[in-house]
Design a protein around this ligand. Structure first.
Ligand code: HEC
Length: 139
């Protein structure tokens, strides 16, 4: 997608009256007590990454993040780390990768968080870990 369209999309959802800006917004994306991540299948993750059915608004993760789009320099750092969006929209100082995926499910994708123990979330984590390896902050 052209950079200007992407910038517009992002501006739209960042500026939108935050439907989830309630005090408990952070809870939606916070790992449940005793959470143990399961191993995921990156191939399933890649399919889901490109699947618009994950959202309620016709977007897929790839709409914004194809070719490392919309990732800031923070994406290069090991998790947990600070992500501007998680801080502003969810009041979270630092996030794990799975929590950030849930954040994008709730905000830009306008959907419910994935089940924490699902192979879908684990698959997306595995695929994003692959993406992270080839990510260069200057991109
Ligand atoms: C409308 C555009 C959009 C869509 C769709 C979207 N994201 Fe994001 N995503 C963003 C923006 C903007 C950020 C925040 C960048 C920042 O604040 O540094 C972000 C941040 C992230 C990060 C954190 C990067 C870091 O710095 O650690 C991950 C991981 C991520 N998204 C994954 C996903 C996944 C997986 C999906 C699909 C379920 C998705 N995103 C859907 C726009 C989007």
């Amino acid at each position: 997608m052209p950079k200007t369209t992407l910038a517009l999309l992002i501006a739209l959802f960042v500026a939108a009256p935050a439907a989830f800006a309630a005090d408990d917004a952070g809870a939606l994306i916070t790992r449940p007590a005793g959470y143990k991540p399961i191993a995921g299948d990156a191939r399933l993750g890649e399919k889901l990454f490109n699947d618009v059915k994950l959202s309620t608004n016709g977007m897929s993760c790839a709409t914004c993040h194809a070719n490392h789009g919309a990732f800031q320099a923070s994406f290069a750092k090991p998790y947990p780390h600070t992500v501007a969006m998680a801080k502003e929209q969810f009041g979270r100082k630092t996030v794990y990768l799975d929590e950030m995926i849930q954040g994008c499910m709730v905000m830009p994708m306008a959907a419910k968080p994935l089940a924490w123990d699902s192979k879908e979330l684990a698959g997306l984590v595995a695929y994003l870990q692959v993406q992270q390896k080839s990510f260069k902050p200057s991109h």
